[in-house]
Design a protein. Structure first.
Length: 305
């Protein structure tokens, strides 16, 4: 007797559901048991009835016409329950909407840039170069969800800027983005790191890698992270304190103290989680001004040698 092939239809959605509730091995065990059960019911009972065959259940022969009424009732209840759940589902928040739209717009922008690069005439540079270098002029911003929420606003009010932002991005992930842009010749002269809200225990080590592996010819600007609930025990707070010491050691590093600015303007975070402000123009304007001020000060300092 062949194995029910429909087992493969059940396992993935079941595993996705149960993996959110239990550990992977428990989710896999439950998924396996239910998948075999559902597949067996489908293979030995539902599928023969749908093909016009009769099946025996408790010494009684059943045909499709015998299950039409209960099946119709079950489907009606299932559809009604599904509609009820949809109506009860929470609406997407302005923050979630801002991050979702920001991510989509960023992906579209990357596709447009890739297309422009491929279709550009070979002898025509795609971006202007910094003076006497082969480094693209302008600014590259690498950020986390805070930056992603204000990405559209920043792009509207800044020139010659590329922004790569993503939720839950930590410094080690930002380092990978930095190296990829650098190795492909896309990293601009001014490099702004808006990272640290999701700060790991080895924040100094990861940040030091950014400093050490950035090639000569760039300004490096760190924007201190702000978490409205953070105290001195938080890694994000400790990272900001440590970042403020870096310009004394490295003349090519500039600090944009967003944490200081944000703490001076708590009103822009009213009704938020105290960290994100995507979609709020007054907060985005402060964020923009913090970055622009750091860029102006960076222009008065030497690039990395």
């Amino acid at each position: 007797m062949s194995q029910p092939h429909s087992v493969y239809l059940f396992h993935w959605p079941l595993f996705v559901i149960f993996s959110k509730l239990y550990s992977n091995w428990v989710a896999a065990l439950i998924t396996t048991i239910l998948s075999v059960l559902f597949a067996s019911v489908s293979y030995y009972f539902i599928e023969p009835l749908l093909r016009g065959k009769s099946v025996e259940v408790l010494d009684k022969k059943l045909e499709f016409k015998h299950i039409m009424a209960p099946l119709g009732g079950f489907l009606t209840l299932a559809i009604g329950f599904g509609v009820f759940l949809c109506l009860q589902a929470p609406k997407i928040s302005s923050l979630e909407q801002s991050l979702l739209l920001g991510g989509i717009q960023q992906d579209v922008g990357k596709l447009d840039m890739a297309y422009a690069k491929v279709t550009a005439p070979k002898n025509e540079p795609s971006v202007a170069l910094a003076q006497n270098t082969d480094i693209p002029a302008g600014t590259t911003i690498i950020g986390d969800s805070v930056t992603l929420g204000s990405r559209s606003y920043l792009l509207e009010h800044m020139q010659d800027v590329d922004i790569d932002a993503e939720g839950n991005r930590t410094m080690n992930l930002a380092y990978d983005v930095l190296m990829n842009l650098q190795n492909t010749g896309q990293l601009r002269k001014n490099v702004v790191m808006c990272i640290g809200t999701n700060s790991l225990d080895d924040y100094q080590e990861q940040t030091q890698k950014v400093i050490d592996d950035l090639k000569p010819g760039h300004h490096l600007i760190f924007i201190t992270p702000h978490d409205g609930h953070a105290d001195s025990s938080y890694n994000s707070y400790k990272l900001g304190v440590w970042e403020r010491t870096l310009p004394k050691k490295y003349d090519f590093i500039t600090i944009g103290d967003w944490d200081e600015v944000a703490r001076a303007h708590p009103e822009v975070f009213e009704g938020t989680d105290g960290t994100h402000f995507g979609g709020r123009e007054n907060a985005s304007q402060l964020y923009l001004e913090c970055i622009q001020d750091a860029l102006k000060r960076a222009e008065k300092t030497p690039v990395k040698k």
